[in-house]
Design a protein around this ligand. Structure first.
Ligand code: P6P
Length: 339
């Protein structure tokens, strides 16, 4: 029987891609691995303890924070801080970025991490899968000085690593360091992630589209036209509509089966809903590394120059040919590119 390598073994093997580094990135991925296990343990018993319901606070997005959101944020922040690997962290749950100060040593660390600690958290109460999304950059300001906003406002094409944990029927960690995408499934009995999905690739085409069609009347005309295309009785259509309401889960299914995920602008969300830095860019990096495509409907997601920490963008992501067809409808309406 083929011996499945563990995530720990894979990280060590993967180190060969980074000959001239000091293993910090490997240690960073290892800290994500630990935090994922801790959060998974809590997510899996969310229904059993009084951890549901709203923490009462609202985050910068104006969304009520579920207690599990707060918990997941604390775990990932603390794990990254404790390992003294990063010099700064930005989180959906934190109004501003957090400087990992403590001592000059931490300012010598060369990586910053951006994270959505528990995406899809509104699904927690109804026992639907949720996820963590992370994105890693090298800092661009002077080493040894406190991290600054420009270290976080980097284009997605500068990412050195990105990934997600999906807390679903099984818990998986899926990530890339720019050398393909690999998926690891947690064996909860022994707390070990095993390489279950080596070299994950989006099918070039697909028949699944993921979008909240409840917003149809608010969508740009290009999106309405594309949806009518998906639903037309012709050739390989109508496609299947699948929308879990959890980006990580919809993305993960589409990467395995083929498909496209869309969160466009609408009159309700004039810049879209998803955040560029810790949702769209990491997922776009993964998508491209898996042979897929990601854009705002008009331009490559990874080339968008960020201007704010929590900025939102429209998001079209998945099988390359499906995204290209969707973009061909959007380009009929060039004015909608100026959101
Ligand atoms: P809507 C979850 O809040 C999230 O950020 C994504 O995970 C998900 O795809 C989307 O928003 C769901 O948004 O407006 O359709 O409920």
């Amino acid at each position: 029987m083929q011996k499945h390598s563990t995530l720990g073994e894979f990280i060590i093997d993967n180190q060969k891609h980074f000959k001239y580094t000091t293993g910090e990135l490997s240690r960073l991925i290892n800290s994500i691995r630990l935090a994922a296990k801790v959060v998974n343990h809590e997510v899996n018993k969310a229904g059993l303890v009084d951890i549901l319901g709203h923490a009462g606070d609202t985050n910068i997005q104006g969304e009520e924070q579920q207690k599990l959101d707060v918990y997941a944020n604390t775990v990932f922040m603390q794990t990254l801080k404790n390992r003294q690997i990063v010099c700064g962290i930005a989180s959906e749950e934190e109004d501003d970025f957090v400087t990992i100060s403590g001592n000059d040593e931490s300012n010598m660390n060369k990586y910053v991490v951006l994270i959505d600690p528990l995406d899809g958290s509104s699904n927690i109460d109804v026992n639907v899968s949720v996820g963590t999304i992370f994105s890693v950059y090298r800092r661009v300001t002077e080493s040894g000085t406190p991290v600054q906003l420009e270290d976080f406002l980097q284009e997605g094409n500068k990412q050195v690593a990105a990934g997600y944990i999906v807390y679903g029927t099984s818990t998986m960690l899926v990530y890339t360091t720019g050398h393909g995408v690999n998926g690891f499934t947690l064996n909860p009995a022994i707390g070990t992630f095993y390489l279950s999905h080596p070299n994950m690739m989006f099918p070039e085409n697909g028949k699944i589209y993921s979008i909240n069609e409840g917003n149809y009347i608010h969508f740009p005309q290009g999106v309405k036209d594309y949806l009518k295309y998906c639903q037309k009785e012709e050739e390989d259509r109508p496609y299947t509509s699948r929308y879990i309401g959890s980006l990580v889960s919809d993305f993960h299914r589409n990467m395995i089966k083929g498909g496209i995920y869309l969160y466009p602008t609408s009159s309700k969300a004039p810049k879209g809903k998803l955040r560029l830095l810790y949702e769209c860019n990491p997922m776009a990096f993964l998508a491209e590394q898996a042979g897929g495509k990601a854009s705002d409907g008009y331009k490559r997601m990874l080339d968008i120059k960020p201007t704010e920490l929590h900025q939102r963008v429209p998001f079209f992501c998945g099988s390359k040919k499906m995204v290209e067809v969707a973009e061909s409808f959007m380009e009929q309406y060039p004015d909608d590119a100026n959101y």
